[in-house]
Design a binder for this molecule. Structure first.
Ligand code: IPM
Ligand code: MG
Length: 359
């Protein structure tokens, strides 16, 4: 297994170092993993003048899976847009065709009080947001800032989805719903759109409904995105799989992360049609706490578990990593973002070591 490791910016290098410890530990147990490092984001700009250097894209193409930290930093905020760290991320997603972005939101019993919602609303929560990742207003053309005939300036973007883009992500969503049903009984998926206003969404709903005919065992529902945002904080356990487009998924997945107590706990997978994937924590580069050994590495470590599950089909190893994380939490060990009174507060590196020990 060849894994490209892209630490990126801010807390990226610190948290990725902890996930790498887990991979090294698995290697000393006999798993054949090979890690190769490259720059992305601001680090790519610093090293090669490009947030996605050619060498990084080449390595990514030659690897079976990618592990990414985070991108972005204050010092890059004034760069022209093509040079900004975020472009590295968007280009690697698009370049590798990573259209299916899985963002699970799970509440660990140990962290139920860390959520900003009442414990009874979130305890046992286990939902999966499937966000389409390579289309929508993120990539639609034309876009830009123009001057109108009357002299007024105007910013514009284009929201669009083609039928094949909707079909493939809908299939991915139904397959996930079927797989998860074993655990929860009825397979169900809620497709989120804004079909009461947007033509793109009306079309999305039409195609998702059509694909649903191939999955009669899955109960499909539809919800407008504003209502979904409300339902996620009103009664999040009504959901199982949420299927949605790129921009709605961006927003709803941040919202869902807070149900779990800390965005520092949430892993993600971005998969292509063959389950090659890029794995990264859902959170950003948090430049304000970078280099202080206080960031939570668990989302990155849990991203390695997802990598084992989705790209390498090693469900056993995925569960081994997840169990090690659970054990660490059960021992009362916490990074600052998830600590409550009575917990032992530890740093980034110590958390990585504790997970390796529990492995
Ligand atoms: C995310 C992030 C990215 C996105 C940014 C950093 C480009 O917010 O992964 O959710 O908008 O997709
Ligand atoms: Mg986001």
């Amino acid at each position: 297994m060849k894994i490209a490791v892209l630490p990126g910016d801010g807390i990226g290098p610190e948290i990725v170092a902890q996930a790498a410890k887990v991979l090294e530990a698995l290697r000393s147990d006999g798993l054949k993993v090979e890690l190769e490092y490259a720059h992305i984001g601001g680090a790519g700009y610093d090293a090669a003048g490009d947030p996605l250097p050619d060498a990084t894209l080449k390595l990514a193409e030659d690897s079976d899976a990618l592990l990414l930290g985070a991108v972005g930093g204050y010092q890059y905020d004034t760069l022209p847009r093509p040079k900004r760290p975020e472009q590295g991320l968007l280009r690697i997603r698009k370049g590798l065709g990573l259209f299916a972005n899985l963002r699970p939101a799970m509440v660990y019993p140990e962290l139920v009080n860390a959520s900003s919602l009442k414990p009874e609303l979130v305890s046992g929560l286990d939902i999966m947001i499937l966000r389409e990742l390579t289309g929508d207003i993120y990539f639609g053309q034309p876009r830009g800032i123009r001057t109108l005939d009357n002299g007024e300036r105007q910013g514009f973007d284009t929201m669009l989805y083609s039928e094949s883009e909707i079909r493939r992500v809908a299939h991915a969503g139904f397959r996930i719903a079927v797989k998860r049903a074993g655990k929860n009984g009825q397979a169900k998926m809620c497709s989120v759109d804004k079909a009461n206003v947007l033509d793109t969404s009306m079309f999305w709903r039409e195609i998702v409904t059509d694909v649903a005919k191939e999955y009669p065992q899955v109960e499909l529902s539809h919800m407008y995105v504003d209502n979904a945002a409300m339902q996620l904080v009103r009664a999040p356990k009504q959901f199982d799989v949420i299927l949605t487009g790129n921009i709605f998924g961006d927003i709803l997945s941040d919202e869902a992360s807070m149900l779990t107590g800390s965005i520092g706990m949430l892993p993600s997978a971005s998969l292509d049609a063959n389950n090659k994937g890029l794995y990264e924590p859902c959170h950003g580069s948090a430049p304000d706490i970078a280099g202080k050994d206080i960031a939570n590495p668990l989302a990155t470590i849990l991203s390695v578990a997802m990598m084992m599950r989705y790209t390498f089909a090693h469900e056993d190893i995925a569960q081994r990593i997840e169990t090690a994380v659970r054990k660490t939490l059960q021992q009362g060990l916490r990074t600052a973002d998830i600590a409550e009174a009575g917990n032992q507060k530890i740093g980034t590196a110590a958390m990585g070591d504790a997970v390796v020990k529990a492995l």
